[in-house]
Design a protein around this ligand. Sequence first.
Ligand SMILES: [Zn+2]
Length: 116
Amino acid sequence: MGRPPPPGLRADLRGRGRGEYGIGCPVCRSELFVAFHEEEAFASAGDHVTADPPRAPLLPADPERLDGIAPRLSGMARAAGRDGPARGLTYLFGEATCPDCGTVFPVSARVAERPY
Ligand SMILES: [Zn+2]
């Protein structure tokens, strides 16, 4: 149906299904994972599944202050009774703190840079 989504959006949709993304710190270039699950939301400096790397909590965006496509996606999720994905969007469009260097940066911009 129609044109396929651009690669960045495909990656975004896959990541949202898992609630995890691999991203790079914009300052120190550490490889990070951001994860927003039902029970926790954090950035880890490395793979949190196979190891126990340093973590920092994610800072969710205020749902009332989302802009761009985020309010529409959030509204669609809430209208469908999907509060989990709606909550995940606040983390996707919120900020992360790099556990290695302490830099605070927007999550969505880093997710959009990855082709996978
Ligand atoms: Zn860093």
